[in-house]
Design a protein around this ligand. Structure first.
Ligand code: AHR
Length: 334
């Protein structure tokens, strides 16, 4: 009975998601149980997990999605119900609500923005569905979710700022390509970087969101170049590799040399970014590790088994200059 009701709700949920234009996929497998295992995690039962991904904005995001798909595989005992919200916060919250209605065993969220999560997290808690955050955080109380595995975005920004502070000892005009407005990495990477360059001759002359995308980075950089001229910009701080790669295209189109006339610092260290660093078009990259799937899957199993888990798991990041990138690139898996 409960299963029939949940199946109906699942169908309504999927229809609602289709109507809002976001995508939801389940593993292509007829043998797995329908959502609504009601607690899962024990014995050989398939654990149904709703995963609310941000979208597919960057190379980092593709690597993160792949890591999640691998970890939450059928072989590992999961049925993953995947939703990509195309970076629309309202669509992402609707997806989480749909997972609750489907009666999944657990929900994993990579929150697009930090704010606005209290209500839906409370709804999940009332439905006794544990929530694990991966990658980004929220401003809601941590009583409302079981655990978070992610990165120290502020430290990433700080490392990038420390490199800039050492490198630029003369007056320097910097422009910033910000990540998605209201997202934890955009907020924290700005804060960490700004604190590290305080008191240095680096001046932030412009700052705008490129939404973590290559196209966004390119068009925002085109605007900066039009406004300030290539000669008026010494340094670009991009909150991710993809926006930095878009900025390279804009700088080259403006007849300047990225990495020389205009220096570039980015965050992520995905293969394309690392290649640009090896090629001398990017000058420094701070890593943001996207391989969070395995830890997220372990957390889901532990929480469903009633085990005590850490509230926060921070995955460590490295930083790369050109020589370090040359060494690391051949073995880079993403
Ligand atoms: O939340 C992690 C950030 O999101 C990555 O730095 C960026 O590339 C992605 O889109």
């Amino acid at each position: 009975m409960r299963k029939q009701l949940l199946s109906t709700l699942a169908l309504v949920g999927v229809m609602a998601l289709t109507a809002t234009g976001c995508s939801t996929d389940t593993a292509d497998n007829d043998d797995v149980a329908a959502p609504g295992g009601g607690g899962g995690g024990g014995g050989d039962e398939v654990i149904t997990v709703g995963f609310a991904q941000t979208g597919s904005e960057s190379g980092w995001r593709s690597a993160n999605t792949e890591s999640m798909n691998e970890a939450f595989s059928e072989e590992n005992g999961f049925e993953l119900v995947f939703n990509s919200a195309d970076n629309d916060p309202a669509a992402q919250i609707a997806a989480v609500r749909s997972f609750i209605n489907q009666g999944v065993d657990a929900i994993v969220i990579a929150p697009i923005v930090e704010d606005g999560w209290d209500d839906v997290l409370r709804e999940a808690q009332d439905a006794e569905i544990p929530v694990i955050l991966e990658d980004r955080t929220v401003t809601a109380s941590d009583d409302l979710y079981a655990s978070w595995v992610g990165l120290d975005f502020e430290l990433e920004g700080q490392k990038a700022g420390e490199w800039a502070a050492e490198e630029f000892t003369e007056p320097t005009n910097m422009v910033v390509l910000e990540g998605t407005t209201g997202s934890a990495p955009a907020n924290d990477r700005a804060a960490g970087f700004d604190a590290a360059i305080e008191g240095t001759p680096i001046e932030k002359i412009d700052s705008q969101s490129g939404d973590f995308t290559r196209d966004g980075g390119k068009s925002v950089m085109e605007g900066f170049l039009q406004k300030h001229g290539a000669d008026g910009i010494d340094l670009v701080y991009a909150h991710n590799d993809d926006m930095g790669l878009g900025a390279i295209e804009a700088i080259e189109a403006a007849g300047a040399v990225p990495g020389e006339d205009i220096k570039i610092i980015t965050i992520d260290a995905v293969r394309d970014g690392m290649q640009a660093l090896v090629d001398g078009k990017i000058n420094y990259i701070v890593e943001c590790n996207p391989l969070l799937g395995e830890t997220a899957a372990e957390l889901v199993k532990a929480v469903l088994a009633g085990e005590e888990v850490e509230k926060t798991t921070i995955v460590e990041d490295q930083a790369f200059d050109q020589a370090a990138a040359e060494e690391a690139l051949p073995d880079r898996t993403y």
